[in-house]
Write a protein that binds this ligand. Structure first.
Ligand code: NAP
Length: 253
């Protein structure tokens, strides 16, 4: 990996949600342009090598700094080092962003209702999209569905309410729908494919999934993406190809 492709940036803050979940912000160089939903490649020096991993960007394209949401992967060389991150540390940032999980990819059906389905740190790209006024202008209803194992992992819940209040001011069609899969007392605690299959997700949203109007984005656990895709296809929704179709996906790991 050629180091010229990277710029050296400074960590500005670190927020720890749980022992394994944390967020950090860092400086954003003027050349680093991205669209909400894209990811960045971040590098850490390990001896003479640069170890690089992809991270979806939480912050909006209009922010002066960059924010990322990370999990500590057991025995993962990269995140094990990253978890000790402190303000003032330096990280490498690849100069160009990547990824196609962006709202601009949708041409048909026309924007009407948006379903953002994320597990764990796969929430990140959706937070970026929601911090863009255009998203709120485009869609009549936006359902943000966030599946985690325990309530403690429901990071960003307060920020989501704040973002909706600021960016979606006056918008009547926003639903934040948390799913807590290992808490049988949580209002929604089954996995996403089951909640789609039994209609509970649509009931919580007060809206039906509809091949003629729904844009559905999936991000997170690769098996969740696979299984949820199948559940949506069984409902008549199609993969988005060359702009047409309902479903767009990103595996987060
Ligand atoms: P996770 O196992 O991805 O679970 C998060 C949510 O996704 C939970 O609600 C979980 O439900 C649900 N889920 C899991 N499999 C699903 C499926 N097939 N269909 C529908 N929903 C599904 O948990 P996590 O805490 O985000 O990550 C766990 C481990 O994943 C980490 O410890 C790490 O090893 C790895 N990980 C790696 C990276 C990476 O960058 N390499 C990134 C994130 C995570 P259940 O409670 O029912 O399982």
């Amino acid at each position: 990996m050629s180091i010229e492709k990277f710029s050296l940036e400074k960590v500005l803050s670190v927020h720890r949600w749980t022992s394994t979940l944390f967020s950090f912000t860092m400086t954003r160089p003027a050349h680093f342009k991205f669209t909400a939903g894209q990811f960045a490649r971040i590098g850490l020096k390990a001896g003479d090598d640069l170890v690089v991993r992809a991270y979806s960007i939480v912050s909006s394209p209009f922010d002066e700094t960059l924010e990322f949401f990370s999990i500590v992967v057991p025995d993962g060389a990269f995140t094990s080092n990253l978890q000790h991150l402190q303000a003032g540390d330096e990280l490498y940032l690849e100069k160009i962003p990547y990824g196609f999980l962006t709202l601009a990819r949708y041409q048909l059906p026309l924007p009407q209702d948006l379903w953002l389905l994320g597990t764990g740190t796969g929430l990140a790209p959706f937070l970026s999209m929601l911090q863009d006024f255009e998203t709120w202008h485009k869609y009549q209803q936006i359902n943000l569905v966030y599946s985690v194992r325990t309530a403690a992992e429901l990071a960003y819940a307060e920020r989501i309410e704040e973002i909706a209040a600021v960016f979606g001011e006056g918008h009547q069609g926003f639903r934040f729908i948390p799913v807590i899969t290992r808490d049988p007392h949580a209002p929604l605690h089954e996995r996403l494919p089951a909640l789609i299959g039994n209609g509970a997700l649509e009931q919580a949203a007060g809206l039906a999934l509809n091949p003629a109007s729904s844009h559905v984005m999936l991000c997170g656990n690769p098996q969740m993406v696979e299984d949820t895709k199948e559940a949506l296809k069984a409902r008549g929704l199609t993969m988005n190809r060359r702009g047409e179709g309902n479903i767009a996906v990103e595996n987060y790991w």
